[in-house]
Design a protein around this ligand. Structure first.
Ligand code: FEO
Length: 400
């Protein structure tokens, strides 16, 4: 049995949800599941935009069969080769021998790397600006390299002003019957997951996302159809504004994210006291125990907040393991333009502060609050003034 929804009169969502997946890409927890979106256009020619992950591909086949209503499938447009969107290609080729695969040169090469099948005869190579005329619809291809793989392209339906955006504008979370972002309270229930998705999957490639946004700004877009999450047909400016901030590493909110690693609670205590002093001064704070909160949530929060505090005990003469992993992740995702304060703890040789700073200095435009706070085993009464001074320095760095 099929389960589809109409996006427009002749465009049908034929994707599937996976609520059993524990870790997306083996890294990112998806407690609310994930959707793999595919879209079928029923024009004079029939066109499928991408496929789905192998875990749910049977549902795609059932949906496509039903939506086609006995027609054949003329085109499969492959916008992104990552296997969560291409697992169904081999079986589609078998089911629809007349189907042409539309992709760019790089995708063609990747197809042959992933799948051992002879596809050359059925591939139609496209490049920037090429248009596929399917009857009423004119589908224009826009290259989006490194958003977040090199072969990525998006497709603009100039007829209905729809942007098929590949992974861009995606979101974690299964679609629980709703297909459109305006059918849910997106800001309340999904924005955090959209941010976590963007920052962790695409966040490293802000320059390339900016390039795509510039291209998109030259198009009249009425609707955005991503490969994960909801279709955007209202308030597109809201999500575009988020992408503008995220891709330029501009903080969304003034406030302090405090991430701490604490074995026996003493480093945590220092972080807690700092948070209280900041709140005393009217500064928003959020706190994460890096040994408890998944790194992907902390990376997302680091993109969200203007000021970051990292507090770590010293462990094996280095940064505590889970903090080391989080900082590695933040640096790898190219975060920039933040004000940072550091707290280190060590019973006999505190080294974690300097080591954290050394790693974070690899990020562009990081401003460090001086001095860092060093505690020996536990916070002492006389150090409260140092924590107060750090809070004052953080407040002062907010400016006017
Ligand atoms: Fe959803 Fe980059 O694959």
């Amino acid at each position: 049995m099929h389960c589809t929804r109409n996006v427009t009169a002749d465009l049908i969502w034929v994707g599937a949800n996976d609520r059993r997946l524990a870790m997306f890409e083996g890294i990112y927890s998806v407690p609310n599941g994930v959707s793999y979106n595919a879209y079928l256009l029923l024009d004079d020619k029939t066109v499928l935009f991408d496929t789905v992950d192998k875990a749910v591909q049977q549902r795609l086949f059932e949906n496509v069969t039903a939506a086609l209503g006995g027609r054949g499938l003329d085109y499969l447009i492959v916008q992104h080769m990552e296997p969560d969107h291409t697992a169904g290609i081999v079986e589609l080729c078998r089911r629809y021998p007349e189907m042409t695969i539309v992709c760019n040169t790089k995708t063609h090469g990747f197809l042959k790397q992933f799948f051992e099948m002879d596809i050359d005869a059925r591939v139609q190579i496209v490049k920037e600006g090429d248009v596929l005329d399917t009857g009423r619809h004119k589908l224009q291809f826009v290259m989006a390299p490194m958003v977040h793989w090199p072969e990525v392209m998006v497709t603009y339906d100039a007829t209905d002003q729809i942007l098929f955006s590949a992974d861009a504008f995606g979101c974690f979370g299964a679609l629980n019957g709703a297909l459109f972002a305006d059918e849910v309270d997106f800001n309340r229930d999904y924005m955090d997951e959209a941010r976590r998705y963007y920052t962790n999957i695409v966040g490293k490639y802000g320059v390339q996302v900016q390039a795509l946004l510039r291209k998109a700004s030259g198009l009249k877009i009425r609707m955005i159809c991503p490969l994960h999450g909801f279709v955007w047909r209202e308030k597109l400016d809201d999500i575009l504004a988020k992408y503008a901030a995220w891709s330029t590493y501009t903080p969304e909110e003034n406030g302090v994210m405090i991430a701490y690693a604490s074995v026996y609670g003493n480093t945590e205590k220092a972080a807690e006291i700092l948070a209280c002093r900041l709140r005393d001064k009217g500064i928003k704070t959020v706190m994460f125990d890096v040994s408890v909160t998944p790194a992907s949530e902390i990376v997302a929060a680091a993109f969200r907040w203007s000021h970051l505090v990292f507090a770590s005990t010293t462990y094996n003469a280095g940064i505590f393991v889970t903090m080391d992993a989080v900082i590695h992740d933040i640096v790898s995702h190219n975060l920039q333009n933040r004000t940072v304060a550091l707290i280190e703890n060590g019973t006999w040789a505190a080294t974690s502060g300097g080591l954290m700073r050394g790693k974070l200095e690899a990020c562009k435009d990081m401003r460090f609050i001086e001095p860092m706070l060093t505690i020996k085993s536990s916070v002492k009464q006389e150090q409260l003034v140092e924590i107060e001074a750090m809070a004052e320095a953080l407040v002062g760095s907010f400016g006017g």
